[in-house]
Design a protein around this ligand. Structure first.
Ligand SMILES: [Mn+2]
Length: 404
């Protein structure tokens, strides 16, 4: 059970004792704030209106953030201290957060038994033909605002092309918007704005960094507290808990799934065996700010990885992850999951590869990484383009080839 599989780029001990302590302290400190956050935000927005929000109307906030972020290029990046709205920045960001959160709450949790999965169908039949769709999948962006400002204008052009030619365009960001890079607040705000501006086209999934233990430890929390406040840090984490975990696209050739980390397993302690959950019937407890309060399947969806140097003769199908939380799983577990959940192709982020992507398990489990600068590594950051009518011929683009 404790055999360690060598893996040079795995985030060794990313979830360590320090993360655990910082996570628990941050959560306990923010708990009173979190318990009344909606009332606090509402009061703040109400008071802000009476101060005339720096001459802004609430309804124009999205457009204002949009034009603010559209001005930046590789030659003209914002500084860490420069936020839209100046003295009203925190108030405006709070309004943006509330709009974003309401959008996801209506979209994912409108019924009494919510499952954090978004289903979209691009199947066509003889009677009912549906136009094919073009899909784009983006992996971890962290604070790589430099890459995001190339990606978003490219996607806007693609959305307009789709409108002209009559096909749908979907863009999925597979989590990890914050931490690691200094411009992570900007990165997150630009992606949120893009999502609100193009609500039919954009979808964000939760990553393991959209959780308080990790974002309090790896940079985001420190920056939010330095430039803004503990209240805004609580607001961000309160919003992260409502992001969906999984997107499924049902296409003629099969099902495509997106999730941040990996395949969850439920170990059976008494038999030493395990079970792979059927997600549509699983009782998720995912809407938690702190990892310890989530169910194990949610934790693993955010954290698991495939076994990299898989030995097919090994009887062990999964190991404890060297990240300090979750598991690594083999091809057989992936196949079992696919059969149970009607998945043919899976795209995920989470793992750093210098070449920006990796195809595992007969090219059906694809890692995508979309940040050029990652800690001290230079990554050939990528994103995926896929046609719903031809899902196995997806393209892996280089972000550096996009103009900015
Ligand atoms: Mn991750």
């Amino acid at each position: 059970m404790n055999t360690i599989v060598p893996n040079e780029f795995e985030e060794e001990n990313e979830f360590n004792e320090k993360t655990r302590i910082i996570g628990e302290q941050s959560y306990q400190t923010l708990k009173p704030t979190l318990s009344k956050i909606i009332e606090t935000q509402t009061q703040m927005i109400f008071d802000g209106k009476t101060q005339r929000l720096g001459e802004t109307k609430e309804s124009t906030i999205i457009d204002e953030f949009w034009s603010y972020y559209s001005q930046f290029s590789s030659e003209n990046l914002p500084s860490e201290e420069m936020y839209y709205g100046n003295e009203f920045a925190e108030l405006k960001i709070t309004i943006l957060i509330r709009m974003f959160q309401d959008f996801y709450l209506e979209r994912i949790y409108p019924i009494s038994f919510p499952v954090p999965i978004i289903h979209t169908s691009y199947r066509s039949s003889k009677n009912k033909s549906k136009n094919p769709a073009k899909m784009f999948f983006v992996g971890d962006t962290h604070g790589s605002f430099f890459d995001t400002i190339k990606l978003i204008p490219f996607f806007v052009k693609e959305i307009h092309k789709g409108e002209e030619k009559g096909y749908e365009v979907k863009i999925v960001f597979i989590g990890d918007f914050v931490d690691r890079g200094k411009l992570d607040i900007h990165n997150l705000l630009y992606i949120l704005t893009f999502n609100l501006k193009y609500q039919k086209n954009v979808l964000l999934l939760r990553g393991n960094h959209e959780e308080i233990s990790i974002n309090a430890h790896y940079g985001f929390g420190t920056r939010v507290m330095k430039h803004f406040s503990q209240l805004l840090f609580a607001s961000f984490n309160h919003m992260f808990k409502d992001l969906p975990l999984i997107a499924i696209f049902h296409c003629n050739e099969g099902g495509i799934m997106c999730l941040h980390g990996g395949i969850p397993i439920v170990p059976n302690i008494s038999t030493g065996g395990y079970e792979v959950p059927q997600l549509n019937t699983f009782q998720f407890n995912n809407r938690q700010v702190w990892i310890d309060e989530m169910d194990e399947v949610t934790q693993q969806i955010l954290w698991n990885d495939p076994i990299r140097n898989y030995d097919p003769n090994s009887p062990q199908k999964y190991f404890k992850s060297r990240r300090g939380i979750g598991f690594v799983f083999n091809h057989e577990i992936f196949n079992e999951f696919c059969v149970k959940n009607h998945v043919n192709l899976l795209f995920r982020g989470h793992q750093v590869f210098l070449e920006g992507f990796h195809k595992h398990f007969d090219n059906r489990f694809i890692t995508i990484f979309s940040a050029t600068n990652y800690v001290k590594k230079k990554i050939d950051a990528r994103f995926i383009e896929l046609d719903s009518g031809d899902i196995y011929n997806f393209k892996v683009h280089r972000i550096q080839n996009l103009s900015s």
